[in-house]
Design a protein around this ligand. Structure first.
Ligand code: FES
Length: 106
């Protein structure tokens, strides 16, 4: 499935992500800048924060409790479409998924 990452400068990265991978994993494996993913996908760092295109928001699954708490601690503004990229699993349904990368993820 194709995932498109949009950087804060408007730069775009289109990546072919494997079903079962995560939005974070696909970014890291393809060298997309701005997804730091310090904890390696354990849902404990919030440096993989993304803003999901509202069109896809109902296909990315529910926010779990741990993710909920971490999103509150993310450095960049939390929006209604904020997610942790390591908690979104790629499915065929998500083909074309577009996510915005916040400007800061220390
Ligand atoms: Fe750390 Fe997602 S990679 S919370």
């Amino acid at each position: 499935a194709k995932v498109i990452y949009v950087g804060s400068a408007g730069d775009e990265y289109a990546v072919e992500a494997a079903v079962g991978d995560t939005v974070m994993g696909a970014a890291v494996r393809n060298g997309v800048p701005g997804i730091v993913a310090e904890c390696g996908g354990n849902c404990s760092c919030a440096t993989c924060h993304v803003w999901v295109d509202p069109q896809f928001a109902d296909r990315t699954g529910p926010v779990q409790e741990m993710e909920e708490d971490l999103l509150d601690m993310a450095v960049s503004e939390r929006r209604a479409t904020s997610r942790l990229a390591c908690q979104i699993r790629i499915t065929e349904e998500l083909d074309g998924l577009t996510v915005e990368i916040p400007p800061e993820q220390p």
